[in-house]
Design a protein around this ligand. Structure first.
Ligand SMILES: *Cc1c(COP(=O)(O)O)cnc(C)c1O
Length: 415
């Protein structure tokens, strides 16, 4: 028998265990386009209800922007639907090269290579560039796709405590005997919303003759005065050797990613990175729309400025209302609840109140660090945020967490 009963039973049991541990991920179904207000069916089978969206990576509100849609339509008409090929066979159009050049200019690097996603960029970049004699030294909170990419590489790996520059320096000194040292970090950390100390990281890397790798997926398009990313915000434009980022967040939110950086490194990825060589080209529709997104971003900083204002307002409203908000400057604004059950109940009650957020708990964040992660968009109007706050306050009162800090919440609810 092809699918014997004991095997089937094993997977059934595995799924039950996920449910029993409270870790089963139930998907919310959106009826209509991604936006700051969405119609969400949840749980499955319920009538969709209109909610304010505070959990999308739609930082600049471009996912359904009319100019982006128009560019996608024009791209579709002019260049067709699919490339039916990987890049190096017959999957590269002039548009793909133009987008790579535009990204290079925007990111302030030497060259750029598109990947089907940033997950793929991270899966390919380390294996293509580094071998057994090299060491990758990563911040302990880097994104899962970087962890996987490092696993795929033959290079040695090590980690340093999150944003702990003293610890990083120790590691750099310890690995001075390696052929190459690479410091690996996210630009903006996805669960906490804090920025990497890239100025200090670059200085240490220069001192210890190391390369710097940054995944700027939660920064490209809006962090820094012109939205060029964490390296712009920290004053180290041009001094990051390798950068990966996504088109799937602020830059229109469809899909696609890239490796950008020193030209020999990027060129080597073009020759050797397996997800680049063995997966299909980014479709022309997305490439055409991404070019328009870069036009929009480079024409004016109004959207990223608006996002910054919205972020400041949202943080201030939450703190004044008595929530325990993780401090920071990015539009990722985590409201700490510490207890996993509480975070889940809180998100469910907010949904009832018309606000769409998701509770995060172990294993996505460390045990005892459960939270609601909110994400602000340039598309939010003041009224959306004020309305969302009312809901937060109502639910916060119901659970009795307003004005409480970590110690009190943990005493009352457990960690
Ligand atoms: C979202 C994200 C990715 C994955 O990007 P995709 O293009 O969706 O694969 C990779 N790295 C980080 C840091 C991210 O936040």
């Amino acid at each position: 028998m092809a699918y014997p009963e004991p095997l089937k039973e094993r997977f059934r049991r595995g799924l039950e265990e996920i449910r029993a541990a409270g870790l089963y991920k139930q998907e919310r179904i959106l009826h209509g386009p991604q936006d700051v207000r969405v119609e969400v069916e949840f749980p499955a089978g319920e009538l969709p209800r209109p909610v304010i969206n505070l959990c999308a990576n739609n930082y600049l509100g471009l996912s359904s922007h009319p100019r982006v849609l128009a560019a996608a339509r024009a791209g579709l008409e002019a260049r067709g639907y699919g490339m039916s090929s990987v890049r190096f066979i017959c999957g590269t159009q002039d548009l793909h090269r133009r987008l790579e050049e535009r990204l290079t200019g925007f990111l302030g690097t030497e060259d750029t290579l598109l990947f089907p996603s940033c997950m793929d960029a991270n899966a390919g970049v380390f294996e293509a560039l580094f071998g057994e004699q090299d060491v990758l030294i990563a911040d302990r909170l880097v994104h899962a796709s970087i962890v996987d990419g490092m696993r795929l590489a033959k290079a040695q790996t090590d980690t340093y405590k999150h944003s702990d520059m003293g610890h990083l320096e120790e590691k750099l000194a310890e690995h001075l005997d390696k052929r190459a040292r690479v410091v690996v970090t996210d630009g903006v950390f996805s669960m906490d919303g804090d920025l990497a100390k890239l100025d200090e990281i670059v200085a240490l890397a220069e001192k210890y003759d190391a390369l710097v790798f940054v995944d700027d997926s939660h920064a490209t398009g809006f962090i820094g005065a012109r939205g060029r990313g964490t390296h712009e915000a920290k004053g180290v434009l041009g001094r990051v050797d390798l950068l990966t980022t996504t088109l799937g967040k602020a830059l229109g939110g469809a899909s696609g990613g890239c490796v950008s950086g020193r030209s020999e490194l990027v060129e080597t990825c073009r020759q050797r990175a397996r997800p680049y060589l063995f997966s299909n080209s980014v479709p022309p529709v997305i490439v055409a729309a991404a070019l328009e997104v870069l036009d929009l971003i480079e024409e004016s900083t109004a959207r990223r400025d608006r996002l910054e204002e919205n972020t400041r307002l949202w943080r201030r409203l939450l703190v004044e209302a008595g929530f325990d908000v993780k401090p920071g400057e990015s539009p990722i604004v985590p409201i700490m609840l510490y207890n996993a059950r509480l975070a889940q109940d809180f998100a469910r009650d907010l949904f009832e109140e018309g606000v769409f957020v998701v509770g995060f708990f172990f294993p996505v964040v460390p045990k005892g660090q459960a939270r609601i992660r909110t994400q602000v968009s340039a598309g939010h109007e003041r009224a959306h945020l004020e309305r969302a706050l009312e809901a937060f306050v109502a639910v916060g009162r119901r659970h009795g967490v307003l004005g409480l800090g970590k110690r009190e919440i943990v005493e009352r609810f457990g960690a």
